[in-house]
Ligand binder design. Structure first.
Ligand code: C5P
Length: 223
């Protein structure tokens, strides 16, 4: 029998990764963070001094990229780039925009597609990203489009950065979120949008626990 797949898409900061991680643990599924894959390519391009907006230049890097995903016993996904664990490096705020830039190139999306589908073939997954329900796993058992007002997402991001010891001003975080939203939803290749059969959940006024319970109910009704 084929594996189960839950797709969670939505803009940055809507709570996708935190919620998906918690749900994965609850359901015994593997959590696959596809943003981390794009971030790793963005990180590599930046470290090579390549203009991330130039598709041909980014494409020329592919033969030099060996990507692996491994999981620690606590379920944390690690990104291994050419044998080096870059999991921490790709979380830096400057990598977010690099990831957004490289992810707009069709060649990059094609390059990373198989890796994502392969995970879904091998495991029961909760996969989060921007185009999981629309492009990567159109046959997912449950599709959720998770969203929240930009201000709520900026506030959460600020809190997260603070806890990580790398605080950033709210205005700057909000501006970056709006810029990334714009890039992600206006690009030609796999723009951010809800799949027709996706269930939309707006977390603006929901706590973490409320969001998790709402998603869990939706999922359990369907698998
Ligand atoms: O989810 P996260 O913020 O880590 O993703 C970083 C960037 O990677 C996003 O802004 C988006 O442009 C891109 N991305 C994508 N498709 C995905 C996941 C992420 O284009 N499935």
């Amino acid at each position: 029998t084929r594996n189960r797949a839950i797709a969670i898409d939505g803009p940055s900061g809507a709570g996708k990764s935190t919620l998906a991680k918690a749900l994965a643990q609850e359901l015994g599924f593997l959590y696959v963070d596809t943003g981390a894959i794009y971030r790793t390519v963005g990180y590599f391009a930046r470290s090579r001094g390549v203009d991330t907006k130039e598709e041909a230049a980014v494409k020329a890097l592919f033969p030099h990229i060996r990507l692996d995903m491994t999981y620690s016993p606590d379920g944390l996904q690690h990104m291994i780039l050419n044998g080096e664990d870059v999991t921490e490096h790709i979380r830096l705020p400057e990598i977010s925009l690099c990831a957004s830039a490289v992810s707009a190139h069709p060649a990059v999306r094609a390059f990373l597609m198989e890796m994502q589908r392969d995970m879904a073939r091998r495991y029961n997954v909760i996969m989060d990203g921007r185009d999981i329900g629309t492009v990567v796993l159109p046959d997912a058992d449950v599709k959720i489009f998770l969203t929240a007002a930009p201000e709520a997402r900026a506030r959460r991001r600020c809190l997260e950065l603070e806890q990580r010891g790398t605080p950033e001003p709210y205005e700057k975080v909000l501006r970056e979120i709006e810029e990334r939203d714009y890039n992600d939803s206006h690009r030609a290749a796999a723009p951010l949008r809800a799949a027709e059969d996706a269930l939309t959940v707006d977390t603006t006024y929901l706590t973490f626990d409320e969001s998790r319970d709402a998603l869990l109910r939706l999922i359990e009704e369907r698998i």
